[in-house]
Design a protein. Structure first.
Lengths: 403, 167
């Protein structure tokens, strides 16, 4: 048994990591829907979900059960194979892209092995991500086509046209970052931003590459089909766009795919332009390392206090329990500095990802949808030239400085 | 039979099955899907040989951009399933023998150089993208620029043709 474990350790570790990451990502996805509904609701002075559990915290569970239990009719005249393939493809590709992201700088030492946070660390990390993104358009396009219905077809057409238009700008906008890092690997891109630890936030790519960042974020929003670029599923025009004819769990698969790609894009923004796991503070500010504790302990105490006010089991027992665990972790981080050091990288990366996810929701609560011709001219006439200019400027500056 | 060889044969089989399916399918969208399978399987073969960059570009350019355009056009034209026709007489008389001859040549070439097939199935060390960039932009910079000029001419031609139709 031990021989077997030792022989196949790499494969076993990778499988365990995949299962863990899938579990985390799917849970985060579920609570992202809750987060989105809650934030948008508060922006529109509503309460959002608040019936199922305290603060509506059990709403994702109820939604999940509903998705699984609903009737799943297959409409007449659909192209069966493609109709079933489309949601599967969307979900698989979205989940695959998560595997390429690195989540922390230092490996965990366990059973005498170094286990890095993240499933694979590819030399061509960013290119592999773009390859997956390039394929993921087929989910929407094929769903629209195979449904054999007018609105989904229009949605699928829009989706593929939008993808062709914005993919170019998306790829060109990161070239500046790649030139500065001299590598395609996401880990190298972050390490290149850590070249001057005393500068902290000023060393991040976002300052020299502000044009690249704006182009990237806009194009990436278009690639994930989010507002203001969600013409492929514009409710007011196309019912629900490419997934009109999908019900039950196949519909949920499209949603999980969309939220997963939101997470991927947020992580990419953080890694390429906002220093990934680097702290925004200069390296000499060691007191900043207590920030995770300073957030976790008060938040945990608040969750305990908040939970006690409820009369349900979830409120009275589970919420204070979760709060106590949070406060305890915060306290442990102060007691054991080496765990605190280890947690810094993932803490900042997750914080930045959360910020970008909030930004996505914020945009949804604020911006109106583009008109179709505006979408096209914006992509071709503004984003593409600006990102090309960014490449030229970056290359010239790097050459003049003599790297 | 080592692991890379097995992966090589699996990928090659997928590519060939995709290509055969591309011909056999009657609906354009299914043909396009089969072609995507071929492209991705080829990317897998490149990856097996250690050409990471080429594999990624193969998927981005062929699997992504070009095939999305194909699918887009098929959807836009709302092309239905093709009708089966009898094989044309020319293809029946000249095509089949030529195909057999071609297969023979390929089989002979493969049989003669088993080491090359072995080489194709070898697990190549990942080639650094920097070396590729050096080849493209330093050693073969003139052919590279000429090719890009050719593509530019083709793009201009496409624009001119599209504009003429509008007028």
């Amino acid at each position: 048994m031990t021989d077997f474990l030792a022989l196949h350790a790499e494969i076993i570790i990778t499988l365990v990591k995949i299962v863990l990451l899938l579990f985390i990502v799917l849970t985060v996805n579920a609570y992202l829907t809750w987060f989105e509904r809650k934030v948008v609701a508060h922006m529109q002075t509503r309460w959002g979900p608040h019936r199922v559990g305290p603060h509506g915290l059990l709403q994702p569970l109820a939604d999940g059960a509903k998705f699984l239990l609903k009737e799943d009719p297959t409409p007449e005249g659909v192209d069966k194979f493609t109709y079933f393939l489309a949601p599967l493809m969307a979900l698989t590709l979205a989940l695959t892209s998560i595997a390429i992201l690195p989540f922390g700088p230092n490996p965990i030492h366990i059973f005498g092995r170094d286990i890095f946070l993240g499933i694979v660390d590819l030399n061509i990390g960013i290119l592999a991500l773009f390859a997956i993104t390039a394929l993921s358009v087929y989910g929407a396009a094929l769903a629209g086509w195979s449904s054999n219905s007018k609105y989904p077809l229009l949605g699928g057409l829009r989706s593929s046209a939008q993808m062709i238009s914005y993919e170019l700008a998306l790829t060109m906008s990161v070239v500046g970052v790649l030139l500065m890092a001299g590598s395609f690997s996401l880990r190298d891109i972050i390490n290149a931003q850590a070249a001057h630890p005393e500068r902290g936030i000023l060393g991040w790519n976002v300052f020299p590459q502000i044009l690249g960042f704006l182009c990237f974020f806009t194009a990436a929003t278009a690639e994930t089909n989010r507002i203001p670029f969600d013409l492929a599923e514009a409710e007011s025009e196309l019912v629900a766009g490419f997934h009109t004819e999908y019900a039950s769990f196949k519909f949920a698969m499209f949603f999980i795919a969309e939220y997963t790609s939101m997470i991927t894009i947020s992580a990419l923004c953080s890694i390429m332009f906002f220093g990934g796991w680097l702290s925004p503070f200069p390296a000499s500010w060691t007191f900043a390392h207590y920030l995770p504790s300073a957030i976790l302990i008060p938040f945990g105490l608040w969750v305990i206090w908040d939970g006690i006010r409820y009369e349900t089991i979830f409120g009275r027992i589970i919420l204070p329990g979760v709060g106590a665990v949070m406060a305890l972790i915060g306290a442990l981080l102060i007691v054991f500095p080496f765990i605190n050091e280890f947690i810094q990288g993932p803490f900042w990366l997750l914080g930045k990802i959360l910020f970008f996810l909030f930004f996505y929701v914020w945009m949804r609560g604020t911006l109106p949808r583009f008109r179709y011709d505006q979408l096209m001219s914006f992509g071709w006439k503004l984003l593409l030239p600006v990102s090309l200019a960014n490449v030229v400027i970056t290359a010239v500056v790097i050459m003049v400085r003599g790297h | 039979m080592n692991a890379p060889l097995i992966i090589f044969f699996v990928l090659a089989a997928i590519a060939i099955m995709g290509a055969v399916n591309l011909i056999l399918q009657s609906h354009p969208i299914h043909c396009a899907l089969s072609l995507i399978v071929v492209m991705v399987a080829l990317a897998g073969l490149y990856l097996l040989m250690g050409a990471e960059f080429v594999a990624a570009v193969q998927i981005i350019v062929y699997g992504g951009a070009i095939m999305v355009l194909f699918v887009f056009v098929i959807m836009l034209l709302n092309a239905g399933a093709e009708e089966r026709t009898n094989i044309s007489r020319l293809a029946g008389i000249a095509g089949l023998p030529l195909a057999i001859v071609l297969m023979g040549f390929i089989a002979a070439a493969v049989a003669q150089s088993t080491d090359r097939v072995q080489a194709a199935a070898q697990l190549g060390a990942p080639a650094p993208t920097k070396a590729l960039a050096g080849l493209l932009f330093q050693e073969f910079v003139y052919p590279f620029e000429l090719t890009s000029f050719l593509i530019l001419v083709a793009i201009l031609g496409a624009i001119v043709l599209a504009q003429r139709e509008k007028n």
